[in-house]
Write a protein that binds this ligand. Structure first.
Ligand SMILES: NC(=O)c1ccc[n+]([C@@H]2O[C@H](COP(=O)([O-])OP(=O)(O)OC[C@H]3O[C@@H](n4cnc5c(N)ncnc54)[C@H](O)[C@@H]3O)[C@@H](O)[C@H]2O)c1
Ligand SMILES: [Zn+2]
Ligand SMILES: [Zn+2]
Length: 384
């Protein structure tokens, strides 16, 4: 089969690799019809993780079931399914509590003591191959597949966003504990930040501020109903205070991650986290879903090499703020967010900028990584 393979920093190609096959009776194989490139792939693409050469990337996967393991009960050949980027077992202590981003059964225990969580095509998240390919092996298929309704093909471009960014954006707003009528500040207008803005709007936020350097992405945020704030201005906090009677937003989201940069393009790892402490009111919640990693040998900054940032903890403590972090538990939200799509209450596909064959993925990685104007979200069509 053909698949997008990581060969080293900024080196990916579409190669012929062995077909995905059933390894356990609880697996299915799907033929990918849509699979996306994600901002998380860029951390790997840039060589800023320890992802192994030879890994097939791709964790935002939707397709048709073509082969079913003997112990799979509910999922049938021909079903159209979207897969959470997390791989869960359904029976461990964390999956049982709905924390499927922290599965104990599927995790790779060699990553670090107490490691939890697994994903397709991801650094440190187990041996699973990704779905930027023609076929994908899905473990514990009855648990992990979300079967799509009769408009699966018609709304495929929306449903594919249930694999990651729509639930992840929603999760950011839940970690931020946004309530109807509250204001929220979201740093990052990438796909995840834009989905957080859409989620906040659906949940009835009164003012949604989205901060980014990129004008084309801020324009999309505005289309979603947010107030765009350019982070090239050095008075981001002042602008938010001016909109919120000097108090700060009721809550905030970090949707950028450890590679955040300043207006000059230089990485400043603590920049967004400290900006959130300033821009969110005393007692407010901060949801951090941008990825941070335990070690970052490729960082220019000495603290960042050890996975640390100079965080304004004193101010955070003094303001009595609260914080939630980590991978999204996609299964906690995807079924209900699918209902919003099905009934026309959410249209996450509005952020798609490029829809291309798998063969063109290497070129798309380049553009998306440069954050070239207009390259907001790329979806790949391996079956086209
Ligand atoms: N926790 C999870 O489950 C989960 C899931 C998916 C993605 N992620 C992570 O979320 C983050 C965002 O993903 P994405 O797909 O939107 O990526 P992206 O890289 O396309 O978007 C990041 C955006 O942040 C902006 N940015 C950079 N520095 C900034 C600053 N100082 N202030 C404001 N904006 C700034 C960039 O211009 C860009 O538009 C990544 O770290 C990704 O790995 C986490
Ligand atoms: Zn993703
Ligand atoms: Zn589990």
């Amino acid at each position: 089969m053909k698949a997008l393979v990581y060969h080293g920093p900024k080196q990916v190609s579409v190669d012929n690799v062995p077909d995905s096959k059933i390894e356990k009776a609880t697996d299915v194989i799907i033929r990918l019809t849509t699979t996306n490139i994600c901002g998380s792939d860029l951390h790997m693409y840039e060589g800023r993780t320890d992802v192994a050469k030879g890994k097939i990337l791709g964790h935002e996967n939707l397709g048709e079931v073509v082969e079913v393991g003997k112990a799979v009960d509910f999922i049938k050949k021909g079903d159209r399914v979207v897969l959470p980027f997390n791989i869960g077992c359904g029976f461990c202590a964390n999956c049982e509590r709905g924390l499927t981003g922290y599965c104990l059964t599927c995790a790779d225990p060699t990553v670090m003591p107490g490691m939890a969580g697994a994903a397709y095509g991801f650094a440190g998240m187990g041996p699973y191959q990704g779905g930027q390919a023609e076929f994908l092996r899905v473990p514990y298929a009855d648990f992990n597949c979300l079967k799509l309704p009769e408009d699966a093909v018609e709304k495929e471009r929306d449903y594919v966003m249930l694999s990651d960014i729509f639930p992840t954006g929603w999760h950011a707003t839940r970690l931020a504990n946004v309530k109807p009528g509250e204001s929220i500040v979201i740093f990052g207008a990438g796909p995840v930040g834009l989905m957080a803005a859409m989620s906040a709007r659906i949940q009835g936020a009164s003012q949604i501020f989205v901060v980014d350097h990129k004008a084309d992405r801020l324009a999309l945020a505005e289309q979603i109903g947010a107030i765009p704030i350019s982070s090239s201005d050095d008075n981001v906090t002042e602008q938010i205070l001016a909109h919120t009677k000097g108090l700060g937003a009721d809550c905030g989201c970090e949707c950028v991650g450890f590679q955040c940069f300043n207006a000059a393009g230089k990485e400043v790892p603590n920049m967004v986290m400290n900006a959130l402490v300033d821009a969110v009111k005393a007692t407010g919640y901060i949801g951090v879903i941008g990825v941070f990693i335990p070690t970052d040998p490729g960082a220019a900054d000495d603290l960042a090499k050890k996975g640390q940032i100079a965080f304004d903890f004193g101010k955070f403590w003094f303001k009595g703020q609260k914080m939630g972090t980590g991978q999204c538990n996609v299964k906690a939200y995807n079924r209900r967010l699918a209902e919003l799509i099905h009934h026309g209450k959410a249209k996450p596909s509005i952020i798609i900028s490029h829809e291309i064959p798998l063969a063109e993925a290497p070129d798309a990685y380049k553009h998306f990584d440069n954050r070239d104007e207009g390259w907001t979200k790329v979806i790949l069509r391996p079956a086209a």
